[in-house]
Design a protein around this ligand. Structure first.
Ligand SMILES: NC(=O)CC[C@H](N)C(=O)O
Length: 232
């Protein structure tokens, strides 16, 4: 399986995403935002970072990059697409996911190890987790507050499209503690915390629970690889 990781001007975590893909047993493919060529990949990752210096709104300018028309077509045809942090912001700006991300309610950038509950373990990127499993992965952002209308929130909840919820602490004022969501089909997933930074023991979060595994983020990448192999 070949998984494309798109680099935008100001991307930061594209390299770690490619490393996570490799550790999960797939081939990472570096893609450039200014291209219209997805190079025949089987899945896509929009990585974290500070695309276009976070001007206007985080992810707003990157969502208009040339490659986003191909990303949109591929997503609508069912290709697995994962947006991590800045990538999640781009997916909402591109209307591939609902809602939006606003400035953290406390007004500051936050960087911490964050516990999440996997609420939906049937998406392309979470099928390897048991439903309800709690995982710890890093969180680092300035605009992580998830918002949507009450009607949209009710629909997301009713359709099981809240994929991750913050546990213990709501770090940014996200409505209903939502950390990540999916589209109707379950192939497009976006979340604020960073699974690609928790894929190797000794390099991820240093809380006691996370130290026991250190690889809570790897399941995102192995989930899509396993699904790809099953469907191949
Ligand atoms: N880690 C990230 O991707 C950060 C996203 C964005 N620049 C923010 O601060 O919200």
């Amino acid at each position: 399986m070949r998984i494309g990781v798109i680099t935008f001007p100001g991307s930061l975590d594209d390299r770690d995403a490619r490393r996570a893909v490799r550790l999960a047993g797939a081939e990472p493919v570096a893609l450039w935002h200014g291209s219209h060529d997805l190079d025949g990949v089987d899945a896509l990752i929009l990585p974290g970072g500070f695309s276009y210096g976070d001007y206007l709104r985080c992810g707003a300018i990157a969502s208009l990059s040339p490659i986003m028309s191909e990303v949109t077509d591929a997503a609508n045809k069912g290709m697995p697409v994962l947006g991590i942090c800045n990538g999640f912001q781009m997916l909402t700006e591109a209307h591939l996911l609902e809602g939006g991300l606003i400035r953290n309610d406390h007004g500051s950038f936050i960087c911490r190890d964050q516990v999440l509950r996997v609420e939906n373990a049937s998406t392309d990127w979470t099928s390897g987790f048991e439903p309800g499993r709690e995982i710890t992965i890093p969180l680092k952002n300035g605009e992580g507050g998830f918002i949507a209308s009450e009607e949209t929130l009710d629909r997301l909840e009713g359709e099981g499209r809240v994929v991750f919820r913050y546990v213990d602490v709501n770090p940014n004022g996200s409505l209903r503690d939502i950390a990540g969501i999916t589209n109707e089909r379950g192939n497009v997933v976006g979340l604020m915390p960073h699974p690609e930074h928790a894929v190797e023991p000794g390099f991820g979060p240093d809380t006691a629970a996370a130290m026991r595994s250190g690889v809570d983020g790897l399941g995102f990448f192995t989930s899509v690889v396993r699904r790809g192999l099953v469907e191949a």
